[in-house]
Design a protein around this ligand. Structure first.
Ligand SMILES: [Fe+2]
Length: 335
């Protein structure tokens, strides 16, 4: 039988302590557009057709709520659910019609490292894309730290149909469509968030966006530069409550003929951290932010929610913007 596959990274939901500040930042500064609010959750779209790509809710501590993937139809959703159960995933609700804004059909589950993930289809998306050269189009990828990279990668590949695009000494890059990667899994000690990346229309949009962020008091924490695996352009920032976020563009498009690289293929010359040789290393501030945020402990059911456990996520006094460590101190948190 043909393996069912997710076909896109659709959206991410995050919890913040100050919803007013976050809503203002992700709309007026970051460039998303409000769609609707329901049950205290604010839904924001990019210029692409997905109904929303980011949703915000207020929590006692900042945290990740869930990552949502798109599937082709109810049959694919059912098959993906069966593949997850066959792979040993125990914490999963049954596929069902959804009551969330946009409706659709799907289910939520926890992966092997207790992340809240969901698969949906038939969501009532927008009839047309917006035409705006300065706003994010969609989620590009989510980078997740992982203490069980081998097992989690196998789950994503065998149960959700992801393919390995590349592998270096810090990350595995996984794709579910022509984009070189939609998920990145780190080799770490914990299952926290590394960063959330939003696709911009082109390189100029990344650069103009970086200028807009700087104008509003959010300095560039890493970049501009061009990554190795994926060849995408990048600029990293710390958003409200230190959320690590990236503007990116020009993601490499690949197909089944792409040969995955290995760590030996992705060695940088001394002191270089991007293809151009232009970028300084990431700041201490963003390196620290790239391990702050956890998933809420029991929010995998799509219609349910409870507060995160004590100590989950949150932010504290941060390092000074622009404070960059020596290259020799840089860890496994950037690619
Ligand atoms: Fe990234």
């Amino acid at each position: 039988m043909t393996q069912a596959r997710v076909r896109a990274l659709r959206s991410i939901e995050i919890g913040v302590t100050n919803l007013v500040v976050a809503q203002d930042f992700y709309t007026r500064v970051w460039g998303l557009t409000p769609v609707e609010e329901a049950n205290g959750v604010h839904y924001l779209r990019g210029t692409g057709r997905f109904r929303h790509i980011l949703s915000l809710r207020r929590l006692a501590q900042a945290a990740l709520v869930r990552i949502v993937f798109d599937a082709g139809d109810p049959g694919a959703v059912d098959a993906l659910h069966a593949q997850l159960i066959a792979h040993g995933v125990a914490a999963s609700e049954a596929p069902r019609p959804l009551n969330n804004p946009g409706g659709g059909y799907g289910f939520g589950f926890k992966d092997l490292e207790q992340r809240n993930l969901a698969i949906v289809c038939d969501v009532e998306d927008h009839a047309r894309a917006l035409d705006d050269p300065d706003r994010p189009t969609k989620l590009s990828h989510v980078n997740l730290n992982s203490a069980s990279n081998d097992a989690t990668s196998q789950l994503l590949i065998q149960a959700l149909g992801f393919s390995l695009s590349d592998h270096n000494d810090k990350f595995r890059f996984l794709r579910c469509n022509a984009d070189h990667h939609s998920l990145v899994l780190g080799f770490n000690e914990d299952a926290t968030l590394n960063h959330i990346a939003f696709e911009m229309p082109d390189l100029d949009a990344v650069m103009r966006g970086a200028g807009r962020l700087r104008d509003h008091g959010y300095p560039i924490e890493w970049g501009p530069g061009r990554h190795g695996p994926g060849r995408n352009v990048f600029c990293y920032f710390c958003g409200p409550e230190e959320m690590p976020i990236e503007y990116t563009s020009e993601m490499q498009q690949v197909d089944d003929g792409y040969r995955p690289g290995s760590p030996a293929d992705w060695k940088w010359p001394p002191r270089r951290v991007d293809r151009w040789g232009l970028s300084d290393p990431p700041t201490r501030r963003v390196l620290r932010a790239q391990s702050l945020f956890r998933f809420t402990p029991d929010a995998y059911r799509l219609d349910s929610f409870s507060s995160p456990a004590s100590g989950a996520g949150g932010f504290q006094v941060c390092a000074q913007a622009g404070d960059r460590p020596q290259l020799t101190f840089l860890s496994r948190f950037f690619c």
